[in-house]
Design a protein around this ligand. Structure first.
Ligand code: B12
Length: 135
């Protein structure tokens, strides 16, 4: 398989950048191509993901905007008929909100202390499955 390309964005105005940056570096160390775009809103995230031809959008938020801005990214992709980009989200996300995010189409939700091996494994699996489904 070609190198997995991942766009990592801080969702909206969330100021907490440590997790996103460390995950970006760890995914790169795991052999993925990572494009870190800092703080962005859904429209810009989707446009950049299309321009960069990524396999994965990795959203990061610790600011409580996961259930509003997160699903918007998926909705914009759907409106553009883009089915081959996997969207995952990480950060401080209350367990009660996880089923709603998954129902909206978020493939994985990574909360603090998720081991990096698990993140890498689940992203690879999600990309494989998405490619197979949209082939
Ligand atoms: C440091 C910190 C700050 C610093 C941030 C410094 C900086 N620029 O990064 C400062 C003091 C500025 C700050 C400000 C605020 N903070 Co603060 N902060 C924290 C704290 C203590 C640690 C966050 C951190 O750096 N963690 C370390 C990193 C490595 O972990 P992480 O980001 O969670 O990332 C891991 C996973 O979540 C996951 N992950 C994260 N992103 C992604 C993305 C992808 C693609 C993947 C795969 C995985 C992934 O993998 C990472 C590695 O394991 C947390 C408490 C906590 N326990 O989380 C509160 C916390 C996040 N803050 C909180 C709040 C409320 C705020 C403020 C709103 C406070 C205020 N009233 O002003 C503001 C934010 C304003 C804004 N616009 O965003 C709340 C959030 C509550 C919520 N989301 O429900 C927390 C949880 C504190 C609390 N218990 O209430 N904060």
């Amino acid at each position: 398989m070609d190198k997995i390309r991942v766009l990592v964005a801080k969702l909206g105005l969330d100021i907490h950048w440590r997790g996103a940056l460390s995950v970006a570096k760890l995914l790169r160390d795991a052999g993925m191509e990572v494009i870190y775009v800092g703080n962005q809103f859904p429209e810009a995230i989707v446009n950049m993901a299309i321009q960069e031809g990524v396999d994965v959008i990795g959203l990061s938020t610790l600011a409580g905007n996961h259930s509003t801005l997160g699903p918007k990214v998926i909705k914009l992709l759907q409106e553009k008929n883009i089915n081959d980009i996997t969207v995952v989200i990480g950060g401080v996300i209350p367990p009660v909100d996880i089923p709603g995010l998954k129902a909206a189409g978020m493939v994985e939700v990574f909360t603090p202390n998720t081991p990096i091996d698990t993140i890498v494994k689940l992203i690879k699996k999600a990309v494989r499955e998405k490619k197979a489904a949209s082939a």
